[in-house]
Design a protein around this ligand. Structure first.
Ligand code: GYE
Length: 336
Protein backbone atom coordinates (compact mmCIF):
# COMPACT_ATOMS: atom_id res chain seq x y z
CA UNK A 1 0.00 0.00 0.00
CA UNK A 2 2.70 2.44 1.08
CA UNK A 3 4.73 1.70 -2.03
CA UNK A 4 1.73 2.46 -4.18
CA UNK A 5 1.14 5.85 -2.61
CA UNK A 6 4.81 6.65 -2.86
CA UNK A 7 4.89 5.69 -6.54
CA UNK A 8 1.87 7.84 -7.25
CA UNK A 9 3.54 10.81 -5.53
CA UNK A 10 6.76 10.26 -7.40
CA UNK A 11 4.73 10.10 -10.60
CA UNK A 12 3.15 13.43 -9.75
CA UNK A 13 6.54 15.04 -9.18
CA UNK A 14 7.68 13.70 -12.50
CA UNK A 15 4.65 15.16 -14.24
CA UNK A 16 5.31 18.51 -12.60
CA UNK A 17 8.68 18.54 -14.23
CA UNK A 18 6.82 19.17 -17.45
CA UNK A 19 5.87 22.55 -18.81
CA UNK A 20 2.26 21.45 -18.35
CA UNK A 21 2.29 22.32 -14.62
CA UNK A 22 2.41 25.99 -15.45
CA UNK A 23 -1.06 25.72 -16.92
CA UNK A 24 -2.50 23.27 -14.45
CA UNK A 25 -5.81 25.08 -14.25
CA UNK A 26 -6.61 23.82 -17.71
CA UNK A 27 -8.52 20.72 -16.80
CA UNK A 28 -8.15 18.43 -19.78
CA UNK A 29 -5.44 17.14 -22.01
CA UNK A 30 -7.62 15.77 -24.78
CA UNK A 31 -5.86 16.78 -27.90
CA UNK A 32 -5.01 20.08 -26.32
CA UNK A 33 -1.66 21.30 -25.08
CA UNK A 34 1.70 20.17 -26.29
CA UNK A 35 3.43 18.31 -23.51
CA UNK A 36 6.78 18.55 -25.21
CA UNK A 37 9.15 21.42 -25.44
CA UNK A 38 7.81 22.72 -28.79
CA UNK A 39 10.11 25.32 -30.30
CA UNK A 40 10.69 23.37 -33.52
CA UNK A 41 12.05 20.25 -31.78
CA UNK A 42 11.22 16.93 -33.44
CA UNK A 43 7.98 15.44 -32.20
CA UNK A 44 8.44 12.31 -30.13
CA UNK A 45 5.75 9.67 -30.55
CA UNK A 46 5.37 6.54 -28.43
CA UNK A 47 3.56 3.85 -30.40
CA UNK A 48 2.25 0.70 -28.71
CA UNK A 49 1.54 -1.82 -31.48
CA UNK A 50 -0.68 -4.89 -31.02
CA UNK A 51 1.84 -7.42 -32.31
CA UNK A 52 2.88 -9.03 -35.58
CA UNK A 53 -0.03 -11.43 -35.89
CA UNK A 54 -0.95 -10.92 -39.55
CA UNK A 55 0.12 -9.62 -42.95
CA UNK A 56 -2.12 -6.62 -42.28
CA UNK A 57 -0.22 -5.83 -39.07
CA UNK A 58 3.17 -6.11 -40.76
CA UNK A 59 2.08 -3.64 -43.45
CA UNK A 60 0.64 -1.32 -40.80
CA UNK A 61 3.87 -1.32 -38.77
CA UNK A 62 5.95 -0.65 -41.86
CA UNK A 63 3.72 2.26 -42.88
CA UNK A 64 3.99 3.82 -39.42
CA UNK A 65 7.76 3.39 -39.17
CA UNK A 66 8.46 4.62 -42.70
CA UNK A 67 6.21 7.66 -42.43
CA UNK A 68 7.67 8.66 -39.06
CA UNK A 69 11.14 8.53 -40.57
CA UNK A 70 10.12 10.53 -43.61
CA UNK A 71 8.34 13.17 -41.49
CA UNK A 72 11.19 13.49 -39.00
CA UNK A 73 9.14 12.18 -36.11
CA UNK A 74 11.13 10.46 -33.39
CA UNK A 75 9.26 7.15 -33.04
CA UNK A 76 9.49 4.93 -29.99
CA UNK A 77 7.91 1.64 -31.03
CA UNK A 78 6.89 -1.42 -29.03
CA UNK A 79 5.29 -4.74 -29.99
CA UNK A 80 2.91 -6.09 -27.32
CA UNK A 81 2.68 -9.62 -28.72
CA UNK A 82 -1.11 -9.35 -28.58
CA UNK A 83 -1.14 -8.87 -24.80
CA UNK A 84 -3.00 -5.96 -23.24
CA UNK A 85 -0.73 -5.89 -20.19
CA UNK A 86 2.29 -5.32 -22.46
CA UNK A 87 0.55 -2.44 -24.19
CA UNK A 88 -0.32 -0.85 -20.85
CA UNK A 89 3.31 -1.17 -19.73
CA UNK A 90 4.52 0.44 -22.95
CA UNK A 91 2.08 3.34 -22.60
CA UNK A 92 3.19 3.89 -18.97
CA UNK A 93 6.81 3.98 -20.07
CA UNK A 94 5.98 6.54 -22.79
CA UNK A 95 4.29 8.69 -20.16
CA UNK A 96 7.41 8.46 -18.02
CA UNK A 97 9.62 9.34 -20.97
CA UNK A 98 7.43 12.42 -21.52
CA UNK A 99 6.80 11.81 -25.20
CA UNK A 100 4.82 14.48 -27.05
CA UNK A 101 2.09 12.14 -28.21
CA UNK A 102 1.10 8.52 -27.64
CA UNK A 103 -0.54 6.43 -30.35
CA UNK A 104 -1.72 2.86 -30.02
CA UNK A 105 -3.92 0.20 -31.50
CA UNK A 106 -5.78 -1.36 -28.55
CA UNK A 107 -5.66 -5.15 -28.74
CA UNK A 108 -9.05 -5.41 -27.00
CA UNK A 109 -11.77 -2.78 -26.50
CA UNK A 110 -12.11 -2.63 -22.74
CA UNK A 111 -9.86 -1.95 -19.76
CA UNK A 112 -8.05 1.21 -20.87
CA UNK A 113 -9.54 3.96 -18.72
CA UNK A 114 -6.93 3.88 -15.94
CA UNK A 115 -3.87 4.19 -18.17
CA UNK A 116 -5.58 6.76 -20.40
CA UNK A 117 -6.35 8.82 -17.27
CA UNK A 118 -2.64 8.70 -16.45
CA UNK A 119 -1.77 10.07 -19.90
CA UNK A 120 -4.42 12.75 -19.55
CA UNK A 121 -3.06 13.82 -16.17
CA UNK A 122 0.41 14.04 -17.75
CA UNK A 123 -1.14 16.15 -20.53
CA UNK A 124 0.08 13.80 -23.21
CA UNK A 125 -2.46 13.50 -26.02
CA UNK A 126 -3.41 10.01 -27.17
CA UNK A 127 -4.37 8.99 -30.70
CA UNK A 128 -6.18 5.68 -31.19
CA UNK A 129 -5.17 4.04 -34.45
CA UNK A 130 -6.80 1.15 -36.24
CA UNK A 131 -8.83 -0.13 -33.27
CA UNK A 132 -10.90 1.84 -30.78
CA UNK A 133 -11.61 1.51 -27.07
CA UNK A 134 -14.94 0.99 -25.39
CA UNK A 135 -14.99 3.86 -22.89
CA UNK A 136 -17.71 6.25 -21.76
CA UNK A 137 -15.18 9.08 -21.54
CA UNK A 138 -14.15 10.29 -24.98
CA UNK A 139 -11.96 13.05 -23.51
CA UNK A 140 -9.42 10.29 -22.82
CA UNK A 141 -8.19 10.42 -26.40
CA UNK A 142 -7.80 13.14 -29.04
CA UNK A 143 -9.00 11.20 -32.03
CA UNK A 144 -9.57 7.73 -33.45
CA UNK A 145 -8.18 6.94 -36.91
CA UNK A 146 -9.29 3.66 -38.45
CA UNK A 147 -11.72 1.62 -40.47
CA UNK A 148 -15.41 1.08 -39.97
CA UNK A 149 -15.38 -2.60 -39.03
CA UNK A 150 -19.17 -2.94 -38.89
CA UNK A 151 -19.31 -1.70 -42.46
CA UNK A 152 -16.69 -4.29 -43.45
CA UNK A 153 -18.74 -7.09 -41.90
CA UNK A 154 -21.83 -5.81 -43.70
CA UNK A 155 -20.02 -5.84 -47.06
CA UNK A 156 -18.98 -9.47 -46.44
CA UNK A 157 -22.54 -10.46 -45.50
CA UNK A 158 -24.08 -8.56 -48.39
CA UNK A 159 -21.87 -10.39 -50.88
CA UNK A 160 -23.12 -13.69 -49.49
CA UNK A 161 -26.75 -12.58 -49.75
CA UNK A 162 -26.14 -11.47 -53.36
CA UNK A 163 -24.37 -14.74 -54.24
CA UNK A 164 -26.52 -17.08 -52.16
CA UNK A 165 -27.48 -19.42 -55.01
CA UNK A 166 -23.84 -19.98 -55.90
CA UNK A 167 -22.77 -20.29 -52.26
CA UNK A 168 -25.27 -23.07 -51.61
CA UNK A 169 -22.68 -25.54 -52.81
CA UNK A 170 -24.70 -28.73 -52.19
CA UNK A 171 -27.94 -27.10 -53.41
CA UNK A 172 -29.92 -28.23 -50.39
CA UNK A 173 -31.45 -24.82 -49.76
CA UNK A 174 -29.43 -24.00 -46.66
CA UNK A 175 -26.15 -22.10 -46.62
CA UNK A 176 -24.09 -23.25 -43.65
CA UNK A 177 -21.43 -20.75 -42.65
CA UNK A 178 -18.52 -21.31 -40.27
CA UNK A 179 -17.01 -18.15 -38.85
CA UNK A 180 -13.37 -17.66 -37.91
CA UNK A 181 -13.40 -14.78 -35.47
CA UNK A 182 -10.56 -12.39 -34.75
CA UNK A 183 -9.04 -11.92 -31.29
CA UNK A 184 -11.71 -12.23 -28.60
CA UNK A 185 -12.72 -8.79 -27.36
CA UNK A 186 -11.00 -6.90 -30.21
CA UNK A 187 -13.02 -4.21 -31.97
CA UNK A 188 -12.64 -5.73 -35.45
CA UNK A 189 -13.76 -9.16 -34.19
CA UNK A 190 -16.82 -7.78 -32.42
CA UNK A 191 -17.82 -5.43 -35.23
CA UNK A 192 -17.13 -7.71 -38.20
CA UNK A 193 -19.29 -10.37 -36.54
CA UNK A 194 -22.06 -7.87 -35.93
CA UNK A 195 -21.98 -6.37 -39.43
CA UNK A 196 -22.10 -9.78 -41.08
CA UNK A 197 -24.99 -10.95 -38.88
CA UNK A 198 -26.84 -7.74 -39.69
CA UNK A 199 -26.47 -8.03 -43.44
CA UNK A 200 -27.46 -11.70 -43.56
CA UNK A 201 -30.32 -11.53 -41.03
CA UNK A 202 -32.98 -11.10 -43.74
CA UNK A 203 -32.03 -14.33 -45.52
CA UNK A 204 -33.30 -17.39 -43.66
CA UNK A 205 -31.24 -19.81 -45.74
CA UNK A 206 -27.96 -18.38 -44.33
CA UNK A 207 -26.98 -19.87 -40.97
CA UNK A 208 -23.76 -19.48 -38.96
CA UNK A 209 -23.42 -23.06 -37.70
CA UNK A 210 -20.12 -22.61 -35.83
CA UNK A 211 -18.05 -19.60 -34.76
CA UNK A 212 -14.75 -19.56 -32.93
CA UNK A 213 -11.68 -17.35 -32.55
CA UNK A 214 -8.55 -18.02 -34.59
CA UNK A 215 -6.87 -14.97 -33.04
CA UNK A 216 -6.26 -13.32 -36.44
CA UNK A 217 -3.37 -15.72 -37.18
CA UNK A 218 -2.83 -18.18 -40.02
CA UNK A 219 -2.09 -20.99 -37.61
CA UNK A 220 -5.17 -20.18 -35.52
CA UNK A 221 -7.36 -20.21 -38.64
CA UNK A 222 -5.94 -23.54 -39.73
CA UNK A 223 -6.47 -25.24 -36.37
CA UNK A 224 -10.02 -23.99 -35.90
CA UNK A 225 -10.92 -24.96 -39.48
CA UNK A 226 -9.52 -28.46 -38.93
CA UNK A 227 -11.84 -28.90 -35.98
CA UNK A 228 -14.82 -27.42 -37.86
CA UNK A 229 -14.22 -29.87 -40.71
CA UNK A 230 -14.44 -32.69 -38.20
CA UNK A 231 -17.46 -31.45 -36.26
CA UNK A 232 -19.59 -30.04 -39.12
CA UNK A 233 -20.84 -32.33 -41.88
CA UNK A 234 -22.11 -29.67 -44.23
CA UNK A 235 -20.01 -26.51 -44.59
CA UNK A 236 -20.78 -24.26 -47.56
CA UNK A 237 -18.97 -21.07 -46.57
CA UNK A 238 -16.10 -19.86 -44.40
CA UNK A 239 -16.32 -16.27 -43.19
CA UNK A 240 -12.89 -15.35 -41.79
CA UNK A 241 -12.39 -11.99 -40.05
CA UNK A 242 -9.03 -11.61 -41.82
CA UNK A 243 -7.03 -12.97 -44.75
CA UNK A 244 -4.51 -14.83 -42.60
CA UNK A 245 -7.16 -16.99 -40.94
CA UNK A 246 -8.72 -17.57 -44.37
CA UNK A 247 -5.34 -18.69 -45.69
CA UNK A 248 -4.98 -21.06 -42.74
CA UNK A 249 -8.47 -22.41 -43.49
CA UNK A 250 -7.42 -23.05 -47.11
CA UNK A 251 -4.60 -25.30 -45.86
CA UNK A 252 -7.03 -27.24 -43.65
CA UNK A 253 -9.59 -27.60 -46.46
CA UNK A 254 -6.96 -28.84 -48.92
CA UNK A 255 -5.60 -31.28 -46.35
CA UNK A 256 -9.15 -32.65 -45.98
CA UNK A 257 -9.19 -33.31 -49.74
CA UNK A 258 -11.58 -30.49 -50.67
CA UNK A 259 -11.21 -27.55 -53.03
CA UNK A 260 -11.22 -24.15 -51.33
CA UNK A 261 -13.28 -21.59 -53.26
CA UNK A 262 -15.21 -24.36 -55.00
CA UNK A 263 -16.35 -27.04 -52.51
CA UNK A 264 -16.33 -24.44 -49.75
CA UNK A 265 -16.62 -20.73 -50.51
CA UNK A 266 -14.39 -18.34 -48.59
CA UNK A 267 -14.97 -14.70 -47.64
CA UNK A 268 -12.28 -12.72 -45.81
CA UNK A 269 -11.35 -9.18 -44.77
CA UNK A 270 -8.07 -7.22 -45.29
CA UNK A 271 -6.93 -7.65 -48.94
CA UNK A 272 -3.21 -8.12 -48.26
CA UNK A 273 -1.12 -9.52 -51.09
CA UNK A 274 -1.30 -13.19 -50.03
CA UNK A 275 -5.06 -12.93 -49.69
CA UNK A 276 -5.42 -11.20 -53.04
CA UNK A 277 -3.25 -13.87 -54.67
CA UNK A 278 -5.50 -16.63 -53.30
CA UNK A 279 -8.53 -14.66 -54.52
CA UNK A 280 -7.14 -14.30 -58.02
CA UNK A 281 -6.46 -18.06 -58.03
CA UNK A 282 -10.08 -18.72 -57.06
CA UNK A 283 -9.27 -20.18 -53.61
CA UNK A 284 -10.92 -17.23 -51.87
CA UNK A 285 -14.15 -15.89 -53.36
CA UNK A 286 -14.47 -12.38 -51.95
CA UNK A 287 -12.33 -10.00 -49.89
CA UNK A 288 -13.43 -6.84 -48.12
CA UNK A 289 -10.61 -4.34 -48.01
CA UNK A 290 -9.21 -2.94 -44.76
CA UNK A 291 -6.44 -0.43 -45.35
CA UNK A 292 -3.34 -0.89 -43.14
CA UNK A 293 -1.41 2.08 -44.54
CA UNK A 294 -2.34 4.44 -41.74
CA UNK A 295 1.11 6.03 -41.31
CA UNK A 296 0.59 9.24 -43.34
CA UNK A 297 -2.79 10.09 -41.76
CA UNK A 298 -1.51 9.21 -38.30
CA UNK A 299 1.55 11.45 -38.53
CA UNK A 300 -0.57 14.34 -39.90
CA UNK A 301 -2.96 14.00 -36.99
CA UNK A 302 -0.06 13.76 -34.53
CA UNK A 303 1.47 17.02 -35.78
CA UNK A 304 -1.87 18.81 -35.46
CA UNK A 305 -2.63 17.40 -32.04
CA UNK A 306 0.81 18.32 -30.69
CA UNK A 307 0.42 21.84 -32.14
CA UNK A 308 -2.85 22.14 -30.23
CA UNK A 309 -4.97 22.29 -33.40
CA UNK A 310 -8.50 20.94 -33.54
CA UNK A 311 -8.85 17.52 -35.14
CA UNK A 312 -12.00 15.50 -35.82
CA UNK A 313 -12.76 12.99 -33.08
CA UNK A 314 -13.18 10.24 -35.69
CA UNK A 315 -11.29 9.78 -38.97
CA UNK A 316 -12.52 6.87 -41.11
CA UNK A 317 -10.23 5.31 -43.72
CA UNK A 318 -11.55 4.69 -47.22
CA UNK A 319 -11.83 1.12 -48.48
CA UNK A 320 -13.40 -1.06 -51.13
CA UNK A 321 -13.90 -4.81 -51.81
CA UNK A 322 -12.76 -7.28 -54.47
CA UNK A 323 -13.98 -10.31 -56.38
CA UNK A 324 -11.70 -12.60 -58.40
CA UNK A 325 -11.57 -10.45 -61.52
CA UNK A 326 -10.97 -7.22 -59.61
CA UNK A 327 -8.23 -8.85 -57.51
CA UNK A 328 -6.43 -10.06 -60.61
CA UNK A 329 -6.55 -6.56 -62.07
CA UNK A 330 -4.95 -4.80 -59.07
CA UNK A 331 -2.62 -7.56 -57.79
CA UNK A 332 0.53 -6.49 -59.65
CA UNK A 333 0.41 -3.02 -58.08
CA UNK A 334 -0.41 -4.22 -54.57
CA UNK A 335 2.28 -2.87 -52.23
CA UNK A 336 1.50 -5.07 -49.24
O1 GYE B 1 -7.89 -6.98 -39.98
C1 GYE B 1 -6.14 -8.17 -38.87
C2 GYE B 1 -5.20 -7.73 -37.83
O2 GYE B 1 -7.12 -4.40 -36.42
C3 GYE B 1 -7.89 -4.07 -38.63
O3 GYE B 1 -5.93 -6.80 -37.06
C4 GYE B 1 -6.93 -4.77 -37.74
C5 GYE B 1 -6.98 -6.27 -37.84
C6 GYE B 1 -6.74 -6.86 -39.22
O4 GYE B 1 -4.58 -8.71 -37.15
O5 GYE B 1 -5.52 -8.82 -39.92
Amino acid sequence: MFTKVFTATAGFVLVCGLAACGSSDKSDGDGGGSAGGGGGDAITMGFAQVGAESGWRTANTKSIQETAKKDGIDLKFSDAQQKQENQIKAIRSYIQQKVDVIAFSPVVETGWDAVLQEAKRAKIPVILTDRSVDSKDDTLYATFLGSDFIEEGKKAGQWLVDNAADADVDKNGSINVVELQGTTGAAPAIDRKEGFADATSGDDSIKVVASQTGDFTRDGGKKVMESFLKSQKDIDVVYAHNDDMGLGAIEAIEAAGKKPGVDIKIITVDAVKDGMTALSEGKINYIVECNPLLGPQLMDLAKKVVAGEEVPKRVVTEESAFDQEQATAVLADRKY
